[in-house]
Design a protein around this ligand. Structure first.
Ligand code: KQY
Length: 366
């Protein structure tokens, strides 16, 4: 049995490593719900399978799946991908899985955040979410990693760390009244520092336009290396995303990280704007209380929503006008890692992208 600890990672000498540090593996969860994924989630499953296969060329992948879908999932995925039965409410391992922390001496533990489906009864995306709430604990049981239960509603996609003491997030998400209304900005920062082993916060304002997560950082910006941040910026200055991204760039360029470094900002073009088609909207089962999928609604598309695997960058192909440029920028930012583009519109239609559906397990030596 994996223990639940009463202390904090920082007090025990643990920190969350950056995603670009060595991984021992990656977790994902199989998409199923027909009120979020069109055509009974079949096209989404194909996209998830391609992502899993691309990552598994670099590191072991585990797919969590319900009993109902176990045989289908097992038959679709290559044998090298481990498939385990875990009940979920949807398929966003970044947000419902644990954030792993390490002590640099072979110890690996996990932080289990409180989860309320991106806003609970004030704008959350579905009800109930109790199966999602238990996913992190189950993953930690299977990994044999001790668990810290953090006193904070937080999804993994709401934070990025540089592994050297810096945390980055958006005010739109973390200070939203639908997450932790009883906590001040300073109290939220302190919980993050205690549970991520960090000491410096960089706050951006808003995330990507129409992002149903209330502006997750993992769709807008990420650390490519210590002191280097990749940021999604549309070319079109009249796009409302342009001002949001430029504000983020200003804040980053005025900030210093936990080690006192200035931040170099590298921009990635934004795809689109992309919108939901009639046919795509019709394929989703409309259910009251679940996020509607309406034709014409803008999708929160971004190339920043990629996964850093040990030997590759698995990134979303979203817009033929920009896919190649995104690949070139990623290649230049991550020497030694091959950019692998995966057709990702079906994942985007569910409200997120490749980073949102994956969760790295850091190497224990980190
Ligand atoms: O941005 C993410 N980390 C997850 C997106 C979840 C969307 C749920 N429909």
């Amino acid at each position: 049995m994996s223990a639940t600890l009463a202390s904090t990672p920082a007090a025990d000498g643990y920190r969350m490593p950056a995603e670009f540090e060595e991984h021992a593996g990656c977790w994902m969860a199989w998409p199923e719900r027909p009120d979020n994924w069109r055509l009974g989630a079949k096209p989404a499953r194909e996209a998830y399978a391609v992502v899993a296969e691309a990552i598994s060329a670099s590191e072991p992948v585990t797919m969590a799946v319900s009993d109902e879908q176990f045989e289908d999932c097992r038959s679709v995925l290559p044998g090298a991908i481990r498939v385990v039965e875990i009940a979920t409410d949807d398929a966003w391992m970044r947000d419902v899985g644990p954030s792993f922390v390490t002590d640099g001496r072979g110890g690996r533990r996990g932080v289990d955040w409180r989860f309320n489906a991106w806003g609970g009864l004030q704008g959350g995306l579905y009800f109930p979410w109790d199966r999602d709430e238990r996913v992190a604990q189950k993953v930690l049981e299977i990994e044999g990693a001790a668990r810290y239960r953090a006193p904070l509603v937080l999804e993994g996609g709401a934070i990025h760390v540089d592994g050297q003491g810096t945390v980055m997030s958006t005010e739109q998400c973390l200070l939203n009244r639908n997450r932790n209304p009883e906590l001040s900005r300073e109290e939220i920062e302190q919980v993050l520092f205690d549970y991520l082993g960090a000491e410096k916060m960089i706050w951006l304002d808003q995330g990507v336009v129409n992002d149903e997560t209330d502006g997750h950082i993992d769709n807008l910006a990420c650390f490519a290396a210590p002191g280097v941040v990749l940021l999604s910026v549309p070319e079109d200055e009249s796009d409302p995303q342009h001002a949001i991204s430029r504000d983020a760039q200003d804040r980053l360029e005025q900030a210093t990280d936990a080690r006192g470094r200035s931040i170099e900002v590298i921009t990635l073009p934004s795809p689109g704007p992309l919108t939901i088609t009639e046919q795509e909207a019709e394929g989703v089962d409309a259910v009251q209380g679940t996020q509607p999928r309406r034709a014409g609604d803008r999708l929160a598309a971004s190339y920043v929503n990629f996964y850093i695997a040990n030997r590759s960058i698995v990134f979303p192909l979203l817009d033929a006008r920009y896919d190649q440029r995104a690949a070139e920028i990623l290649r230049a930012c991550f020497p030694g890692r091959e950019p692998i583009g995966v057709p990702a519109r079906e994942i985007l239609l569910g409200g997120g992208n490749i980073h949102c559906i994956t969760q790295q397990v850091p190497g224990a030596a980190g």
